[in-house]
Design a protein around this ligand. Structure first.
Ligand SMILES: Cc1cc2nc3c(=O)[nH]c(=O)nc-3n(C[C@H](O)[C@H](O)[C@H](O)COP(=O)(O)OP(=O)(O)OC[C@H]3O[C@@H](n4cnc5c(N)ncnc54)[C@H](O)[C@@H]3O)c2cc1C
Length: 465
């Protein structure tokens, strides 16, 4: 590629008519839309965006980036907090067109293209009274979420998303295709279940789906002043609650949403967002103790189709907001840590900013720490602190609150964090998050991607074979 030739021009010449998707460079109309990711704090200018339409396009794009020694970012749903789906001056391999979904209701499996977002999968599985455990926002990409772990409403009953991954079709760094499952390429299959986009581009995922149709869902909110008592209670309650019940703890400001009482709008509260995968009577029984804690402002649990629950927060957390993330795994939640949560809840800086504490006990802990790269199965909680606001002028405000909050609570953490809840925080943090599994990950990385072609991610460094 000469100095005068842009990456997009070179790609058009070299990939030619064989590329069936669309190639977008800085000189093309639509470039700004194509490079935009969910987190508006991220503003990167790639040299080329390759919108792949086929698996052959994926292999060709990897080859082009490799041949020209250009950084390569893989974009699934574009939600990553640190903006790892886009890169300055390099190539973005955009998978959004690989979005077919097919359900096998008899086998209770679903196969989804590597560029799907979760609402596409939710809609297809719901028709058959099934669901794949995923996250709490339906516009999140299947690719990034499923390769990092996948924590959500159904985790306690059905495990993480990776615990329900049955097979993946992957294009490797050398452009070859591989299928990974419990029977084929088993090291690769192990690594994909938590190791992120380090090992190849997944063009198709096959998941186990679970019976789940109408869930009993919604929040209980308490006054912010009751946070310490409620958090202490929730800590004990969720440790022994039936597995059908999910319930993540949050400190937040009640958004002005139609489905929430107007008198609570803009009030700072603590709360638990519940999801009971069963009938109303079962939910009422499981949630009976909730009414004995403090003085709830609202107990808004009722029947909802699972896709409606998964998209409940989509309007509040629309694309284009400023986001700053910090996270930790938590084994114990001592009163001293709770005191810090109370202090920072009182200082919630904006309407959208929040702290979520997800329970990862129950079915998540049926799988051992070394059975997948997700190394903190012995932690009971995944904590995430999110500073969020529409106004770029508040970027420093939300970042400072998030970092100060994390500094205050990190000493009580298990050490690492869920990789999908982190910004781009450097190698030591990635290594801490994979714990004892990091060494095996580096060996597998060395075998399938020795030159670290896939390095725009929470990077696992290749170890020479
Ligand atoms: C509003 C919001 C809510 C969230 N809620 C949850 C939640 O409830 N539970 C949870 O677990 N996570 C949650 N997350 C975190 C989410 O899992 C990560 O942000 C994840 O990276 C998003 O995946 P994506 O495909 O949209 O991201 P992208 O930015 O497109 O990609 C991120 C990285 O994933 C990799 N990648 C993506 N697709 C592929 C593929 N097909 N093959 C290979 N590599 C790929 C690449 O390495 C890429 O750099 C949430 C994020 C947001 C923004």
């Amino acid at each position: 590629m000469s100095m005068q030739t842009t990456a997009a021009q070179a790609a058009r010449q070299e990939l030619g008519g064989a590329f069936s998707g669309t190639l977008v460079g800085p000189e093309d109309s639509g470039y700004d839309e194509a490079r935009t990711v969910y987190n508006a704090m991220i503003d990167r200018r790639p040299a080329l965006i390759a919108r792949c339409a086929t698996t052959a396009d994926v292999a060709a794009t990897i080859g082009f980036a490799r041949d020209h020694d250009l950084l390569l970012a893989i974009r699934g749903g574009g939600h990553n907090g640190g903006g790892l789906g886009v890169v300055d001056d390099g190539v973005v391999l955009d998978l959004a067109s690989l979005n077919s979904v097919s359900v096998d209701p008899a086998k209770r499996t679903v196969t989804a293209g590597g560029g799907c977002v979760w609402n596409q999968v939710d809609a297809a599985t719901h028709e058959h009274g099934l669901a794949v455990p995923c996250g709490i926002i339906s516009s999140t990409g299947v690719g990034g979420l499923a390769l990092g772990g996948g924590i959500g409403h159904l985790s306690r009953g059905c495990g993480l998303t990776i615990d329900n991954l049955l097979a993946a079709d992957v294009i490797l760094a050398d452009g070859s295709e591989a299928r990974a499952s419990a029977d084929e390429n088993t090291d690769l299959f192990w690594a994909l279940r938590g190791g992120g986009g380090n090992f190849g581009v997944v063009t198709s995922f096959t998941f186990r789906a679970h019976p789940c149709s109408i869930v009993q869902a919604g929040p209980t909110f308490w006054p912010l002043e009751q946070t310490a008592d409620v958090m202490r209670w929730w800590r004990e309650f969720i440790a022994q609650a039936p597995r059908e019940l999910g319930g993540f703890f949050a400190t937040m400001t009640v958004p002005p949403a139609d489905f929430l009482p107007a008198e609570l709008h803009f009030r700072k509260v603590c709360g638990v967002i519940w999801c009971y995968n069963g009938d109303e009577a079962g939910a009422a029984e499981a949630l009976a103790p909730v009414h004995e804690v403090g003085t709830p402002l609202l107990h808004g649990v009722g029947p909802a189709p699972m896709p409606a629950l998964n998209s409940l927060f989509d309007g509040l957390y629309c694309p284009g907001l400023q986001w700053y993330w910090r996270a930790d795994f938590v084994k114990e939640l001592p009163d001293a840590a709770i005191a810090q949560h109370v202090a920072f809840a009182e200082k919630l800086p904006t309407l959208h900013s929040s702290m979520h504490m997800y329970p990862i006990n129950g079915a998540v802990q049926d799988v051992g720490n070394a059975e997948t790269p997700f190394a903190y199965r012995d932690a009971d909680f995944a904590e995430v602190i999110i500073g969020v606001d529409p106004d770029p002028a508040n970027a420093a405000l939300i970042r400072d609150w998030t970092v100060d909050y994390w500094d205050a609570t990190h000493p009580y953490s298990a050490g690492g964090a869920y990789v999908n809840f982190m910004m781009d925080e450097g190698h030591a943090r990635v290594q801490a998050s994979y714990g004892d599994n990091y060494a095996r990950l580096t060996k597998i990385k060395g075998a399938v991607d020795p030159n670290n072609v896939f390095r725009v991610n929470q990077n696992i460094e290749p170890k020479a074979a």
